[in-house]
Design a protein around this ligand. Structure first.
Ligand code: AMP
Length: 284
């Protein structure tokens, strides 16, 4: 695997790849890699000639300084798993490479209501920071295909909207959520759960599955109420459990309102904030 820390070196290499007609797949991450990330790498490898993974813990998308400080950093191990996975190129920039003083990297896009609900309501500024870094990384890598996880459903939806606003030809591929055997969605944050919280956390997925089972049998209001009650576990603090249109991300009142429905949840489990979602219906 090739490793580049400097933008210019990566660009020179990828220019050559592009000139020889290689399709480039891109998987942006914040590191502390797990099987969820590796599934994106595998998909990109299957679809492209060259897969670029970036690891960059983007400070501008953290609205909580303590969360940024405590974000797991396991670079040596990440390099090992990426090499074993057959990833072609790792881009490992430092903050000055991504945000040099001579380049205006601020997010110029307005995502309207997409960015005001759910994560946007609870993490002010998060999506501006996310869009800022994704735009900057796309401008550097210039991939043919971008791979993102359904795990961060709202993030992916906002990036899809950003690609439209950018008039970009980059194709966005949504990869399914990879879960632990007990259903907990894999996340770099899971390692920070206390043992008793790790044991309790799979109930989040069970609650999402229960909502899916009831989607045509009960009202949206009652499904949400049941889910929020079930989330009231010791040391849990739910921020939201929402049933939303999968394109507009706006809450729906009835199943009939949309052909694409997703249930999204954010919950504090002890000191760790977890998110998860499940697609309830997709007849688009
Ligand atoms: P992160 O490092 O958390 O920024 O995630 C990098 C990419 O991996 C994002 O597109 C995530 O949606 C995706 N991802 C994270 N966890 C999972 C998972 N459990 N399954 C599939 N994709 C994931």
């Amino acid at each position: 695997m090739l490793l580049f820390k400097k933008v210019v070196d990566l660009q020179i290499y990828l220019q050559k790849k592009r000139a020889q007609g290689d399709a480039i797949g891109f998987v942006p991450t914040m590191g502390a890699l797990h099987k969820g990330h590796l599934s994106l790498i595998a998909q990109s490898k299957a679809d492209n000639d060259c897969t670029v993974c970036s690891i960059f813990v983007n400070p501008t998308q953290f609205n909580d300084a303590a969360d940024l400080d405590k974000y797991p950093r396991t670079t040596a191990q990440d390099i090992e798993v990426l090499t074993a996975a057959g990833n072609d190129v790792l881009f490992l920039p430092d903050v000055e490479e991504i945000y040099p003083p001579n380049i205006d990297t601020n997010n110029p896009y307005d995502f309207g209501d997409l960015a005001n609900v759910m994560e946007g309501a609870f993490r002010p500024g998060h999506f501006d920071g996310m869009a800022q870094v994704v735009k900057r990384l796309l401008d550097i890598v210039l991939p043919d295909v971008l791979y993102m996880g359904q795990k961060d459903f709202q993030q992916l939806t906002i990036v899809r909207n950003m690609l439209v606003q950018m008039k970009s030809t980059i194709k966005l591929v949504m990869c399914p959520i990879i879960r632990e055997a007990d259903g907990l969605a894999m996340s770099s944050r899971n390692a920070r759960l206390k043992p008793e919280h790790r044991q309790a956390a799979p109930i989040i997925h069970q609650i999402l599955q229960a909502a899916k089972a009831k989607i045509n049998k009960a009202s949206i209001a009652s499904i949400k109420e049941t889910a929020l009650k079930a989330l009231a576990q010791p040391d849990f603090k739910a921020e939201y459990f929402e049933i939303a249109d999968g394109i507009s991300l706006q809450a729906v009142k009835s199943v009939k309102e949309s052909d694409f429905l997703v249930a999204c949840v954010a919950v504090w489990v002890g000191e760790i904030r977890l998110i998860d979602n499940v697609i309830l219906k997709n007849t688009l």
